[in-house]
Write a protein that binds this ligand. Sequence first.
Ligand SMILES: O=C[C@H](O)COP(=O)(O)O
Length: 332
Amino acid sequence: MSDTKTAPQTATAQLPQVTEPRNAGMPLDLNWVLSAQANTSAIERRAASLPARRSVKKAHQAAWLLKAVSCIDLTTLSGDDTERRVGRLCAKARQPIAADTLDALGMAGLTTGAVCVYHEMIPAAVTALRGTDIPVAAVSTGFPAGLSPLPLRIAEIEQSVAAGAHEIDIVISRRHVLSGNWQALYDEMAAFRAACGPAHIKAILATGELGSLRNVARASLVCMMAGADFIKTSTGKESVNATLPVTLVMLRAIRDYYDRTGLRVGYKPAGGISKAKDAITYLALIKEELGDRWLMPDLFRFGASSLLGDIERQLEHHLTGAYSAAYRHPTS
Ligand SMILES: O=C[C@H](O)COP(=O)(O)O
């Protein structure tokens, strides 16, 4: 097991940004897809043991939490989103942690990994992030259900890219997975990828609606074969969103894909991740399953709307020994 008691090697945002070449994809390999299994009880046992086994030493906690901040897709996906709310969110993405806290931690230039919004909010986010390297991510393809007509879903991607989104988070058709129609899933994903052009594409599997961990493993492989740059657990709107068992299955699919193709695909757990200690558990799991290379924002993101506030509170506690009230750390 790798040493999760020490700080991550890539803890600071001052390190040069690396950018992974895009996943070129490959033809659908049905034999490989159908051979993918998931031993549910073994996976659940390993996942259950994770939080108890993690004891990141105090001095290294801050470094892990700063790493987590650099990997957050700071998200607002509400029906009542406004340009003003998105403006405040983007200000937070530019300076996620108070300057005096960062100074005290010997850190500078920290931003979140991206800002994630609905299509209509892209112009506001692009404007508010101008002059930074922070990408704008847009959810797309009839998010969250993904049940609008295919031509509309493809047009939505094209319009979001034209509006300035650098990353597109698409939702897959869960019915293709539930009916085992892997060719249809592959074709849909490949069409979405083509519509993205230069924008990176994250495939949201909505794992809480896929019925089994085996389906999660197979859907992960098919989306990677069709060119997904990231695979992402959830929209945040399903009744079950990111979990550790699902994460293990998806990370192992990413590892298998890398072992066979040499192509690195990113991972984004999303939905319900709101506690700093949970963020550390996820990061430690990535380090153990995939290694340090996957701890960079070009290969790992948290999709989260409220995680940042708890991380700020924990960092303050690390420095002062006292917790401030949660309301002192609004995200938007
Ligand atoms: O992709 C991001 C999720 O929608 C955020 O979910 P959350 O609000 O539970 O953090």
